[in-house]
Design a protein around this ligand. Structure first.
Ligand code: HEC
Length: 145
């Protein structure tokens, strides 16, 4: 009986950390958008362009390393997502990240109005480099304690 309660409590805990990592509310992405393949290979040139676009469009909110600690954060009603969060980024496909950047939500601008598709894919490639560790490595770490 105790064990079952513990298991239930663990589930609630895990579910709430996943929700928190993504901001206040779940952010559903259409299945077709999730499946969309990234047409831009993550070459050094793509990453260079992604980094430049990130600095001029995203850093103010998401911070230099994607931690959600940019200079504008104090003015925002809710904190920007931590883009270096391995589990959160690990569970999203490139298509999903592309869609969220394109559509925006709340304080997160709708970047399809400002950046062309290629620029948004460069950003997806660049965001992958901000993730602190590979999803596998993170699972390994959690397993140990
Ligand atoms: C004005 C502040 C602001 C700027 C500028 C901004 N963002 Fe965001 N971003 C946010 C906020 C706030 C959220 C959380 C939105 C929500 O969950 O409702 C967010 C969420 C995201 C997410 C979704 C993560 C998740 O929770 O699933 C991605 C990806 C993202 N931003 C990438 C970018 C990129 C790339 C840029 C630059 C092109 C950018 N953002 C610029 C504020 C900003």
């Amino acid at each position: 009986m105790r064990l079952r309660w513990l298991a239930a409590a663990a589930c609630v805990l895990i579910a709430s950390t996943v929700l928190l990592a993504h901001g206040e509310k779940p952010w559903p992405v259409p299945a077709a958008a999730k499946k969309r393949k990234n047409p831009v290979p993550a070459t050094p040139e793509s990453l260079r362009q992604g980094a430049a676009l990130y600095r001029s469009n995203c850093l103010v909110c998401h911070g230099a390393k994607g931690k959600g600690d940019g200079p504008w954060v104090e003015k925002l009603p809710a904190p920007p997502s931590d883009l270096s969060d391995t589990p959160m980024m690990g569970e999203m496909t490139d298509g999903e990240i592309f869609w969220k950047i394109s559509q925006g939500r709340g304080e997160m601008p709708r970047f399809e109005l400002q950046l062309d598709e290629r620029q948004r894919w460069h950003l997806v490639n660049y965001l992958r480099t901000l993730v602190e560790s590979k999803p596998g490595a993170q699972a390994e770490k959690e397993h140990k304690h």
